[in-house]
Design a protein around this ligand. Structure first.
Ligand code: SF4
Ligand code: SF4
Length: 258
């Protein structure tokens, strides 16, 4: 992806933001062939969203295949797939109505107040998500027990249109929001803008001129666990045929296979 594709994604975003929210349809494309596994996206996400210690809304699974001297590795980045048929929502809402909702633009919204009041709703959502996309905010800071808590951990941040800080998210479950707060300010998600391999794309799936729509049409894309009917909004390019891959990390296997 060339720099002008970053410019193009911003132009796509500007066009989308001129439409009413219900006419937008956010989607992500990840080109695994380009991912170099450096985790810049993971770190950008942690910083952007002030993720609790030891967590990030993004994962980058690593897998080895073939053997010496042809040993190779591939990387599979991902996050909440913003499923159109989200199992987390069905499971959580059985315990707490309205705990998880779907926005008209496709983003799955966690209601922290409702979720944190129902341990059973949180456990059900986590158990139901087939993509390992949900993390616990158990409180705590990286800079705890040091001379002072650093402002990058105590600062305000924005999710789902709300001004938050870690005191307010302690005791709930969290996940990727497609950086709605950035989108609505005309910026692409933090992981996409930081991606050093230029493996990440983002835009409006309802726009026939957007880069993401073009890629989905042009490339052989697939979605994770499509057969389970979750209807994810994240599309992948590359390594669809993994028949000969020796899995070095069982978690990476489970992302695609139950
Ligand atoms: S990826 Fe998981 S958390 Fe995200 S919408 Fe789908 S089921 Fe819910
Ligand atoms: S920043 Fe890009 S290249 Fe690096 S791990 Fe994340 S998706 Fe892969």
């Amino acid at each position: 992806m060339a720099v002008n594709e970053i410019v193009r994604m911003h132009e796509d975003l500007d066009r989308a933001l001129k439409k009413p929210v219900e006419k937008r349809s956010w989607g992500m494309v990840i080109d695994m062939r380009r991912c170099v596994g450096d985790h810049a996206c993971t770190v950008a996400c942690m910083a952007e969203n002030v993720c609790p210690p030891g967590t990030s809304y993004r994962w980058v699974f690593e897998t080895e295949y073939k053997s010496y001297p042809n040993l190779d590795r591939f990387f599979m980045p991902g996050n909440c797939q913003q499923c159109d048929n989200p199992p987390c929502m069905k499971a959580a809402n059985r315990h707490k109505r309205g705990a998880i909702e779907k926005r008209p633009d496709g983003i799955v919204v966690f209601n922290y107040k409702k979720l944190s009041s129902s341990r059973s709703a949180m456990d059900a959502a986590k158990k139901a998500c087939p993509y390992y996309a949900i993390v616990d905010d158990r409180g705590g800071y990286y800079t705890e027990n040091t001379p002072k808590l650093e402002p990058y951990e105590t600062r305000n941040f924005f999710e789902y249109g709300k001004k938050l800080n870690r005191k307010k998210t302690k005791g709930t479950i969290r996940k990727c929001t497609f950086c709605i707060h950035r989108l609505e300010s005309g910026m692409i998600p933090a992981c996409v803008s930081t991606c050093i391999g230029r493996a990440m794309y983002f835009g409006d799936l309802n726009d026939p001129k957007s880069l993401v729509t073009e890629l989905i049409k042009k490339e052989k894309v697939f979605r994770l666990k499509e057969a389970s009917g979750t209807k994810p909004r994240v599309y992948y390019i590359g390594y669809k045929d993994r028949a000969n891959i020796a899995i070095s990390n069982p978690a990476s296997c489970l992302v695609c296979h139950q």
